[in-house]
Design a protein around this ligand. Structure first.
Ligand SMILES: Nc1ncnc2c1ncn2[C@@H]1O[C@H](COP(=O)(O)OP(=O)(O)O)[C@@H](O)[C@H]1O
Ligand SMILES: [Mg+2]
Length: 338
């Protein structure tokens, strides 16, 4: 079996606030193997970013983190921020939605790349320069020799995001986390960035966690999928398997919102309402208030957490009935949702 690079076990994150405790992540477990692309999908506020900030050791120090995150043999949970700096960049790196989070407007991108490369290893300036130009080429920046001298504002949004990707992979991390890296970009540029990430995976073997609220983006790039809702994993599996045989109504709803070849003549469905507040969490399945298949019993207890060993995991009380439903994709249409 391929080497496991990242092992997340029963990860929970709470934020104490003046109004109460926000339970942002509640018992998330998964593995990431070498070269794998894992898609994490869910609406805004479902705990995707917090999960990954916990993995990176980048949460504010008010956060209460429990469970375990292992990068190789190193445990991340409970480390001091200074100890994480060594792991970050070298073994694991992150691309944020807004490129300017990672770029400094007052330095050329070449200078920033060289500094990033030299922060983690001894390398002569001219060698680092050559490596920086290679990186710009790898991420698809035209005329990388000239662009080395440009400032971040001289790049378009899409090109700037490529520079950020170059910075993130500068030290050949084993794991690259991309948190909605294409959300702010138009569709054509999105596709180019996804191509770039695919190429990096092919050429460097880096494992990628790709976070998005748009399940459609993951088709064709992810190997495995984690669907998150209200701080939990509610469905996981190989992507083809989940797309062909979705079993959690939330996943079915997200799939219904993707325009696709097989949606001819079928209306796109949409899940009504919004994810719950994670402050005062009620009893029962947290998706039940929005679920067209919810029964009264769904309000009694929350479905069991999906463990890391699950091949195709589903957190739903009605999974047995759903598996035998022939046209489960129309459950959201039947109740009149448009
Ligand atoms: N620093 C923080 N303090 C308090 N609550 C936070 C903090 N960061 C995130 N949250 C809350 O945690 C929940 C999950 O957020 P997040 O992981 O950013 O969602 P996503 O990335 O899926 O949109 C949200 O309810 C959000 O408001
Ligand atoms: Mg987010």
């Amino acid at each position: 079996m391929t080497e496991t690079l990242l092992q997340v076990r029963d990860l929970s994150v709470e934020f104490p606030t003046d109004d109460g405790v926000v339970r942002a992540v509640r018992g998330v477990s998964f593995d990431l193997r070498r070269g794998e692309v894992l898609g994490i999908v869910g609406e805004s506020g479902c705990g995707k970013s917090v999960t990954n900030l916990a993995i990176m050791g980048l949460l504010p120090n008010t956060a209460r983190v429990s469970g375990s995150v292992k990068i190789g043999d190193s445990e991340v949970v409970g480390r001091f921020p200074g100890e994480m700096r060594e792991i970050r960049g070298k073994r694991i790196a992150m691309i944020f939605q807004d490129p300017m989070t990672s770029l400094n407007p007052v330095y050329t991108v070449g200078w920033q790349l060289v500094e990033t490369i030299r922060a983690h290893r001894e390398m002569k300036k001219n060698e680092a320069h050559a490596k920086a130009v290679d990186l710009l080429r790898l991420v698809g920046i035209p005329n990388p020799d000239d662009r080395f001298e440009s400032y971040p504002h001289e790049f378009s949004g899409g090109m700037r995001q490529r520079v950020v990707i170059a910075m993130a992979i500068a030290n050949d991390p084993e794991v690259l986390i991309a948190d909605e890296p294409t959300t702010a970009l138009d569709v054509t540029v999105q596709a180019q960035i996804l191509d770039t990430l695919q190429r990096i995976r092919r050429e460097t073997g880096t494992a990628i966690i790709f976070i998005t609220h748009d399940l459609g983006v993951l088709a064709g790039i992810a190997d495995r999928l984690l669907v998150m809702y209200a701080g939990r994993v509610v469905e996981c599996g190989q992507i083809e398997e989940v797309f062909d045989d979705p079993q959690m109504p939330y996943t079915i709803g997200l799939l219904g919102a993707i325009p696709g070849e097989d949606s001819h003549g079928r209306r796109l469905s949409q899940i009504k309402g919004a994810p719950p507040s994670l402050m005062r969490i009620p009893e029962g399945c947290l998706f039940a208030p929005r679920c067209p298949l919810a029964l009264e019993a769904c309000g009694d207890s929350e479905p069991a957490v999906i463990g890391p060993e699950a091949h195709h995991g589903v957190a739903c009380h009605r999974v047995g009935d759903i598996r035998s439903m022939p046209d489960r994709r129309s459950i959201f249409l039947r109740e009149g949702a448009v």
